[in-house]
Ligand binder design. Structure first.
Ligand code: FAS
Ligand code: PHB
Length: 393
């Protein structure tokens, strides 16, 4: 088999890259280890930055998002059981957010791939990038029991945090930066009307988040200890704990109901540098992970893909390699900005094990300062919105 770009991983990064490359007349093959059903069963991100919305619309992927998504101006933060302020990204930056589930985006990407009869090989096993430092890289894998080889010009490692691509970068080249947080998020999906705003809560009992997927589908999270077992958390226990972490008037407004999905996600900050090694380019969670506090993970995958697809289009269109050579540095500038913002918000909003009442008060009075300072709110809104995508060099 032969293609121009072999894409390892059929999550949002891999499938979006395939779609954008196709629109640039560049052939790719996506090798995904799981079934399409499994990929679509994962409940993950829900908040899209303006840059992500623009990329999806520009590539014919915005119609359902604009019909079913929920556009909004920012997020609310509540604390100390009473106070609150709104990170108004629209007021400060003229940018909006879109609440639209990653699952829906994945469905839209698969549908677009089917419409163009794209080469997406699911249940591809033992995928291995090979000869990435030569100008004739290839990928080996097993498909329907048969050993296969895919010759290509470039390999895009879009295979997430646990994929194989990052491992193809030698240890003496790769630098990894990691912070593991001492808690996780227990999240549920419920067919209930959500609160009007996305609301983050700082509380002595721990962090909570109220979000949405559409007017009849809510997404809620509470911070839980790392050793939490999901079987210990009935729906009733979850709703009761969630309500304890919000001010009374918001708690009373939360409509409860049976969960249709319940899962625990660990929290970590992780960045791998460089995001390129020879003809291998990493994009998305294969190169970085952020705690979901800043709603940045999926959005970073999109900006990586924006930079990489533009670089590949310049190579095949004009024969230039400047954008390919600059890909890692350009992507990492935006990655580190979001990694730092997500780390800051995680420290500001969570109750760390061993935290004292002094630590709690210090968090609450940082939130007081954010509430009272226009400058502080504008700075946070700018970081929360995500850096603008850099222009081509
Ligand atoms: P993905 O992990 O989505 O996709 C990688 C794909 O590669 C997968 O389909 C995998 O099966 C495949 N793969 C892996 N190894 C392979 C191999 N060897 N061969 C072939 N294929 C292989 N982000 C937010 O912004 N907000 C959130 O609330 C949020 N919640 C999350 C909850 C969880 C449990 C997780 C894990 C992530 C969450 N994220 C969230 C982040 C998430 O949305 C990611 O940023 C997003 O999925 C990144 O997309 P990809 O880079 O495509 O990686
Ligand atoms: C979500 O809706 O899943 C969501 C919203 C905001 C976050 C993280 C997740 O920061």
């Amino acid at each position: 088999m032969k293609t121009q770009v072999a894409i390892i991983g059929g999550g949002p990064a891999g499938m979006l890259l395939s779609e954008i490359l196709h629109r640039a007349g560049i052939h790719s093959v996506v090798l995904e280890q799981r079934s399409r059903e499994y990929v679509l069963s994962r409940i993950r991100a829900g908040v899209l930055e303006q840059g992500t919305v623009d990329v999806l619309r520009a590539n014919g992927l915005g119609e359902r998002m604009d019909r079913e998504g929920h556009a909004h101006d920012g997020m609310k933060i509540v604390w100390a059981g009473r106070d609150s302020f709104f990170i108004d990204v629209n007021k400060h930056l003229g940018k909006r957010f879109m609440a639209y589930g990653q699952t829906n985006i994945q469905e839209d990407l698969f549908a677009a791939a089917d419409r163009r009869n794209a080469a997406v090989l699911t249940e591809a096993e033992d995928v291995q990038p090979m000869d990435v430092t030569t100008d004739r890289p290839y990928v080996t894998f097993r498909y329907r029991g048969e050993a296969m080889r895919m010759d290509c010009d470039f390999i895009a490692g879009c295979d997430g945090f646990h994929g194989v691509s990052r491992k193809a970068i030698p240890a003496n080249v790769l630098r990894e930066f990691e912070k593991v947080y001492p808690f996780g998020w227990l999240g549920i999906l419920s067919k209930t009307p959500p609160l009007p705003d996305i609301v983050y809560a700082n509380h002595p009992r721990g962090f909570a988040l109220a979000s949405m997927r559409n007017p009849t589908l809510s997404r809620y999270y509470i911070q839980v200890p790392l050793d939490t077992k999901i079987e210990d958390w009935s729906d009733d226990r979850f709703w009761s704990e969630l309500k304890m972490r919000y001010p009374r008037e918001l708690a009373d407004a939360i409509v409860t109901g049976p969960s249709i999905e319940k899962s625990i996600a660990p929290l970590r900050s992780f960045v791998a540098e460089p995001m390129r090694h020879g003809r291998l380019f990493l994009a998305g969670d294969a190169a970085h992970i952020v705690p979901p506090t800043g709603a940045k993970g999926l959005n970073l995958a999109v900006s990586d893909v924006f930079y990489l697809s533009r670089a590949l289009a310049a190579f095949y269109g004009q024969g230039t390699t400047a954008l390919l050579d600059n890909y890692s540095d350009m992507a990492l500038r935006r990655v580190w900005s979001s990694v730092r913002t997500s780390w800051y918000l995680t420290n500001l909003l969570h109750r760390f094990p061993g935290a004292s009442d002094f630590d709690q008060r210090a968090q609450e009075y940082e939130l007081e300062y954010l509430k009272s300072s226009h400058h502080a709110q504008a700075a946070l809104a700018e970081q929360y919105a995500g850096l603008p995508f850099e222009e081509a060099a």
